[in-house]
Design a protein around this ligand. Structure first.
Ligand code: ADP
Length: 483
C-alpha cells in the first residue's frame, strides 16, 4: 500500500457530475518500477461517457454565468489544496508512472502553477471595442467560453498535462470531461478529489477513467455536445482525433510529438551546455515531448562535449523512483523499452559508437542505462523519430547553416535548444528554427507564464501564459445599429 497522509486521495472510482461512480468493471494500474498492482480503477464505457458529457453540458450555463472572480476563487482554493497535498500527489504519481519522487513533486508544483495562473487570469478575459464602419454603428467583441471540453492526456505527466488544460478551460467558463491515460488515472482522480473539496460545482470537472481509448476518443469526437477536444499525445493519435472530430467541426488543441534538436556551437559555454543537455535529455528518463532527441555539436567542441556529457551520464543513478538520489526511473513499459533498443541498434548498425550505457539495466524490468552514442548521422532513425528514452545521440557538424538545416529536417516542431554566446548568431538561429519554443543557453523552458506549443506536425494551440485562455474562447462580434 502507498503511504499517504490522506489515503482518501487514492481514489479509484470515476468522477461524474460531482459523484463517485462504479460500473462493476475495473482495470488494473501497475507500478512500472516493481510491476506491482497499485489499484483497480473503475472502467467507464461509451454510455457512461456520453452521460458524463450530458452532465458537463448541463453544467455549462451556470458555471459560465459566474463572474471570473468567482471561478477564479474556486481555482485558487484548488491550487492551495494541491500545494497542501503535494507530497501525497507526488507519491501517487511516482507509484503509477515511475519518475523519481523529487521530479514527481516538481510536476505537481508545475501543474499547480497553471491552476494558480488561470485562477488569476479568470478576471481578465477582456473583449474589445472596434470603431464602427458606419456613423451609426458600434462594434463590440465578446469572448465567450467554447462550452464542453473533452480532454485526452498521456501518461508521462499524469498531473500536469491535465492541469494545463483544465485550469484555462474552467477559468473562462468551460466545463470539462477528462480521460486520463489508462496507465496513469490515479493522479487525475486525486486532482478531482481536491477539486471537489475546493468547491467545483457538479458537472464542471469530470474524470472518466477507461481502458478503451479508441472507443472513448470516438465518443468525445463525435458527440455534438462536446465543443472542443484538447489532446496531448502522439502525432499519430492526434491525426485520428482531428479526422474523427471533422464530422462535427470540433475545435482542437493538439500538443503532439516532438523531435527536439539541441545544438552546441563552438562558441558555447561547454560546461553549461552539458548541464542543459542533462536536463533536456534525461528528465523523466527521456520521456517528455520536449526532450532533446538529437544533439548536434560543432566539430571544435565535439570531443570535449561528448567526454564531459558521457562522464556525467555514467554517474546518473538508476532505480525505483522512491529511492533517495535516483535520477532515472524505469521506462513506462516494455514497448517503450523496445523502441529505445530499436533506435539504438539501428544507430549502431549504421556506424554509431556507444560512449556510455547502451544496455538494459541490471535492475531488469523496464530499466535502461542512460546512454550516450557518438558518430551519429542523419541516415539513422534517431534523426527522424522521437526516441522517448534515455539515449543522447551526438551528431557532429561544421557550419551554422548545416546545423539549422539538420535541426529543421523533421516534420516535428515543438522545442529546440541551442548554446552560443554570439548575440548575432543567437538571433539568427532562434529565428530560423522551425519550432514553437526555443531554449537559448538553457535546457529547461516549461513555465506557466510562457506559451507552450508546437508548429508543423507537433500540433496547434498554446498552453499557459496570457495566450493560453484563447484556446478555450470564442469571439462573438456584436454590431449595434441605429445609434
Ligand atoms: P503516448 O505515446 O504518449 O502514449 P498516445 O498518443 O499513444 O501517446 O497516447 C496518448 C493518449 O491518447 C493516451 O491517453 C492514450 O490512451 C490515448 N489514445 C491512444 N489511442 C487513442 C485513440 N485511438 N483515440 C483516443 N485516444 C487514444
Amino acid at each position: 500500500m502507498l503511504k499517504l497522509n490522506d489515503p482518501a486521495l487514492l481514489e479509484t472510482r470515476a468522477y461524474v457530475n460531482g459523484e463517485w461512480i462504479e460500473t462493476g468493471r475495473t482495470f488494473a494500474v501497475f507500478n512500472p518500477a516493481t510491476g506491482d498492482k497499485i489499484a483497480d480503477v473503475t472502467d467507464l464505457g461509451v454510455d457512461d461517457v456520453s452521460r458524463a458529457i450530458d452532465k458537463a453540458y448541463d453544467a455549462r450555463a451556470s458555471w459560465a454565468a459566474k463572474t471570473g472572480k468567482e471561478r477564479g476563487a474556486v481555482l485558487r482554493k484548488w491550487f492551495d489544496l494541491i500545494l497542501e497535498n503535494a507530497d501525497d500527489l507526488a507519491t501517487i504519481l511516482t507509484a503509477e508512472m515511475g519518475k523519481p519522487l523529487a521530479e514527481a513533486k516538481g510536476e505537481i508544483l508545475y501543474g499547480a502553477s497553471y491552476v494558480e495562473w488561470f485562477a488569476e487570469e479568470a478576471k481578465r478575459i477582456y473583449g474589445d471595442v472596434i470603431p464602427g464602419h458606419q456613423p451609426d454603428k458600434r462594434i463590440v467583441v465578446l469572448k465567450q467560453p467554447v462550452g464542453v471540453v473533452g480532454s485526452i492526456t498521456p501518461w508521462n505527466f499524469p498531473n500536469a498535462m491535465i492541469a494545463r488544460k483544465v485550469a484555462p478551460a474552467l477559468a473562462v467558463g468551460c466545463t470539462f470531461v477528462a480521460r486520463p491515460a489508462e496507465l496513469t488515472p490515479l493522479s487525475a482522480l486525486a486532482m478531482a478529489v481536491l477539486g471537489e473539496r475546493a468547491g467545483l460545482p457538479q458537472g464542471v470537472f469530470n474524470v472518466i477513467p477507461s481502458i478503451d481509448a479508441s472507443a472513448i476518443g470516438k465518443e468525445l469526437c463525435a458527440n455534438p455536445k462536446v465543443a472542443k477536444i484538447t489532446f496531448t499525445g502522439s502525432t499519430r493519435v492526434g491525426k485520428i482525433l482531428m479526422e474523427q472530430g471533422a464530422a462535427t467541426i470540433k475545435k482542437v488543441s493538439m500538443e503532439l510529438g516532438g523531435n527536439a534538436p539541441f545544438i552546441v556551437f563552438d562558441d558555447a559555454d561547454v560546461d553549461a551546455a552539458v548541464e542543459g543537455a542533462l536536463i533536456a535529455k534525461y528528465r523523466n528518463a527521456g520521456q517528455t515531448c520536449v526532450c532533446a532527441n538529437r544533439i548536434y555539436v560543432q566539430s571544435g567542441v565535439y570531443k570535449e562535449f561528448s567526454e564531459k556529457l558521457s562522464k556525467r551520464v555514467a554517474a546518473l543513478s538508476v532505480g525505483d523512483g522512491f529511492q533517495d538520489g535516483v535520477a532515472i526511473g524505469p521506462l513506462i513499459n516494455e514497448a517503450a523499452l523496445s523502441k529505445v533498443e530499436a533506435h539504438l541498434s539501428d544507430a549502431i548498425a549504421k556506424g554509431a559508437r556507444i560512449a556510455t550505457g547502451g544496455q538494459r539495466h541490471a535492475l531488469g524490468g523496464t530499466f535502461f542505462q542512460p546512454t550516450v552514442v557518438t558518430d551519429v548521422n542523419r541516415s539513422m532513425i534517431v534523426q527522424h523519430e522521437e526516441t522517448f528514452g534515455p539515449i543522447a545521440p551526438l551528431f557532429e557538424f561544421e557550419t551554422e547553416d548545416e546545423a539549422v538545416e539538420l535541426a529543421n529536417d523533421t516534420e516535428f516542431g515543438l522545442a529546440g535548444y541551442f548554446y552560443s554566446k554570439d548575440i548575432s548568431r543567437v538571433w539568427r538561429v532562434a529565428e530560423r528554427l522551425e519550432t514553437g519554443m526555443v531554449g537559448i543557453n538553457t535546457g529547461l523552458i516549461s513555465t506557466e507564464v510562457a506559451p507552450f506549443g508546437g508548429v508543423k506536425q507537433s500540433g496547434q494551440g498554446r498552453e499557459g501564459s496570457k495566450y493560453g485562455a484563447d484556446d478555450y474562447l470564442e469571439l462573438k462580434y456584436m454590431c449595434f445599429g441605429e445609434i
